[in-house]
Write a protein that binds this ligand. Sequence first.
Ligand code: HQG
Length: 184
Amino acid sequence: MPSKKQLEKTSKFLSFVLRHKPEAIGIVLDANGWVPLSELIEKASSEIALTTDLIEQVVKTSEKQRFALSTDGDRIRANQGHSVQVDLELVPKIPPAILFHGTATRFLDSIQEEGLRPGQRHHVHLSADRETAIAVGQRHGKVVVLEIASGEMQAKGHRFFQSENGVWLTNRVPAKFMRRLGEE
Ligand code: HQG
């Protein structure tokens, strides 16, 4: 069994190349974000020693289910969070009435003005529970949780998607659909 540290290091590396910088190791993702494991292992070898076993362990143990293997087990892709253009073939889905977004207090003025924007990613990321939103927001600073009227947004024509690992995604959230919850 690889150590926790080794799994984490590998997971970070995979996020980096499968979401953001495939060209850093000279791989090309296909239109849907997939890359053959054999190619990934070979091209990554100057940076990190990967094996099929290690990658499978990372996929299996990722608490957020960050990656998926193809049904035949030959290819891998990141489930969400990309900054490179890939088509994850997401199908619009009706969201729960309320979703949450955790962010940092320092972003609030700008969010109030522009609404939530995807930034470097394809979509704004939302979660079904407050706890996840708090954890996500804490990465950026003093956390604040926004409650999003996703049901109302959907009724007004905004489309929602759910990634394979359960994260809710939408293109943007205008300020009128959000309400600030107490700071944590
Ligand atoms: C903020 C992690 C100013 C937004 C998590 C966020 C998530 C604005 C930051 C996933 C803004 C972007 C995504 C505006 C949004 N003005 N700031 N108009 N609109 N923002 O990291 O949602 O570990 O790109 O509030 O678990 O924090 O990578 O997005 O604070 O699911 O698998 O701009 O990343 O997953 O930050 O996190 P991010 P996020 P992984």
